[in-house]
Design a protein around this ligand. Structure first.
Ligand SMILES: Cc1cc2nc3c(=O)[nH]c(=O)nc-3n(C[C@H](O)[C@H](O)[C@H](O)COP(=O)(O)O)c2cc1C
Length: 207
């Protein structure tokens, strides 16, 4: 059995372009592997809180004793980390909002990047503590930005997952979605072809 962790980040839920592409990939995967289990984390509706000093203290261990709110923060973080550990494949819908990743995704990262849990410091530098696994990111952009120096989400996602030990991270972009119907349809068609290629690269052929 394969377990997929799907992180949904679109404000538009299942209607978001990043969600549609993610689902197309997951459906293609499941067609080839019917025994696949999909764990969906909707980071928009789950309401992942942003770090403040109290939460950071719980996650980074610099608080003396934990109050109930901090214990809850730690329990939520532990659940996120366990979902990531348990996954064989991670699928992330990644809309571009204000030239960056959705704030909810960053909050999720802030809950899982934990020294001694998902990475550790050694004499020779940091070492990731999560087993490598494929992470496929379906990025939806209103304009065309991939490869530009200001498009920092790709660099950030690869850096933070690599830091935790996950290096097999690939992006599939659908760009120019707000640049008229023709551009949009071409972008979606290209992304769908890339999804088919990705499934094939994972040794999965769709009908
Ligand atoms: C709040 C907000 C901010 C956006 N900012 C950008 C942006 O900075 N650059 C861009 O190319 N598109 C931007 N867009 C357009 C989205 O990237 C585009 O609608 C994309 O489809 C979003 O993914 P989704 O449909 O999965 O939510 C923005 C859209 C919203 C709603």
């Amino acid at each position: 059995m394969t377990r997929i962790l799907y992180l949904q980040n679109s404000l538009f839920g299942a209607d978001g372009a990043s969600s549609r592409l993610s689902r197309a990939f997951i459906d293609g995967y499941r067609d080839a592997h019917p025994d696949t289990e999909v764990v969906t984390r909707d980071l928009v509706t789950d309401g992942v809180p942003h770090l403040d000093l109290e939460r950071a203290g719980a996650l980074r261990g610099f608080s003396d004793g934990l109050n109930q709110a901090q214990k809850d923060v730690l329990a939520r973080s532990d659940a996120f980390v366990q979902e990531l550990r348990d996954a064989d494949l991670v699928v992330i819908g990644m809309p571009m909002y204000n030239f960056g990743a959705p704030t909810q995704f960053k909050a999720w990262i802030d809950h899982i990047a934990r020294a001694g849990v998902t990475f550790k410091y050694t004499d020779t530098g940091p070492v990731g503590l999560i087993e490598d696994k494929p992470v496929r990111v379906f990025a939806a952009h209103g304009g065309v930005h991939a490869g530009q120096p200001y498009e920092t989400t790709t660099v950030f996602v690869k850096q933070i997952f690599g830091f935790m030990g996950i290096r097999d991270v690939r992006f599939i972009y659908a760009e120019g979605l707000n640049m008229g119907d023709e551009v949009k349809h071409q972008a979606l068609a290209r992304a769908e072809a890339e999804i088919a290629a990705e499934l094939e690269a994972l040794n999965i052929t769709t009908a």
